[in-house]
Ligand binder design. Structure first.
Ligand code: ZN
Ligand code: ZN
Length: 282
């Protein structure tokens, strides 16, 4: 056990206070990370305020953690002292269910262990990234490439993966028209990542208030959803729409902006194959 400094909420809705917490000893497959940065995610605020149900207090939030490995257990093979690493929303899972076996631990049917506001396998509460150090199994630690500074890497561990995952899953890239709905913490991340993947990116935002930011971050187009003409103009346009809006939406209106083309583009172009067959026969 080691005592480390942290910021903790002592009770629901209470402000964070400086305190100390105990981190477990570095086990066989554990790494000790010296935390350099932790992002602030809105779900940190939800959980401190018990917006999602009963929480565990004191609570040390933070699940966008970036830092440097300070110590490794004897069984650790993936990381060495000095490596730049991160931790996201969970620090363990059952490791046995079909999803864990496929590397999709976020869908663990037995419940993955949250980075904070959770209980580990010994029933001890987990504490997050608003602290100086964390101990975690190497399997739940991610490597941060040298090209990304640790301060900007931290928000990628939650906001980044939340938007990258659907963009990647639905093949956002060159030739794809992607709409990002909302220009907040998640939305601006979606714009940057979709742009970096090579897609043609449109922001659909309530107003044009953040248009300059959107274009600066990589959007090609920016539309106000408060303007009914937007829905007429963009009917049948997009291959993919990523919604980052937490308010209830009129989904029908947005579904009408999707193109039916998207599903067909996934298939092989038949005429080309026919041509090949003819060519072979001839
Ligand atoms: Zn988050
Ligand atoms: Zn599992």
């Amino acid at each position: 056990m080691s005592t480390v400094a942290a910021y903790a909420a002592p009770a629901a809705k209470a402000p964070l206070e400086r305190t100390t917490i105990e981190r477990r000893p570095v086990g066989e497959f554990d790494v000790l990370i010296e935390i350099k940065y932790a992002g602030i995610c809105h779900s940190d605020i939800h959980q401190v305020r018990e917006g999602w149900g009963e929480s565990i207090f004191p609570m040390v939030p933070g699940h966008e953690i970036a830092g440097v490995v300070a110590e490794v257990g004897p069984g650790v093979t993936r990381y060495a002292v000095g490596d730049r690493v991160g931790i996201g929303c969970f620090v363990d899972s059952c490791r046995e269910c079909e999803y864990c076996r496929q590397g999709l631990e976020q869908y663990c049917v037995n419940g993955s262990t949250s980075t904070y506001n959770g209980l580990d396998k010994n029933g001890e509460p987990t504490y997050g990234g608003y602290s100086t150090h964390i101990v975690a199994d190497e399997k739940y630690v991610l490597r941060i490439p040298d090209g990304i500074a640790l301060d900007v890497a931290a928000p990628l561990l939650c906001a980044g993966i939340t938007t990258y995952s659907p963009l990647r899953h639905w093949n956002a890239g060159p030739g794809k028209k992607v709409a990002i709905l909302g220009m907040g913490g998640l939305g601006h991340m979606g714009v940057k990542i979709a742009h970096a993947l090579g897609a043609e990116v449109s922001v659909l935002s309530q107003s044009l208030r953040k248009k300059d930011d959107g274009l600066r971050l990589g959007a090609d187009h920016y539309y106000a959803t408060s303007d009914p003409k937007t829905f007429e103009e963009l009917a049948g346009t997009f291959d993919l729409i990523i919604s980052t809006v937490s308010e209830p939406l009129e989904f029908d209106a947005y579904l009408s902006l999707l193109s039916v083309r998207a599903g067909y583009q996934q298939r092989r172009p038949l005429p080309v194959r026919h041509r090949h067959r003819h060519a072979l026969r001839e």
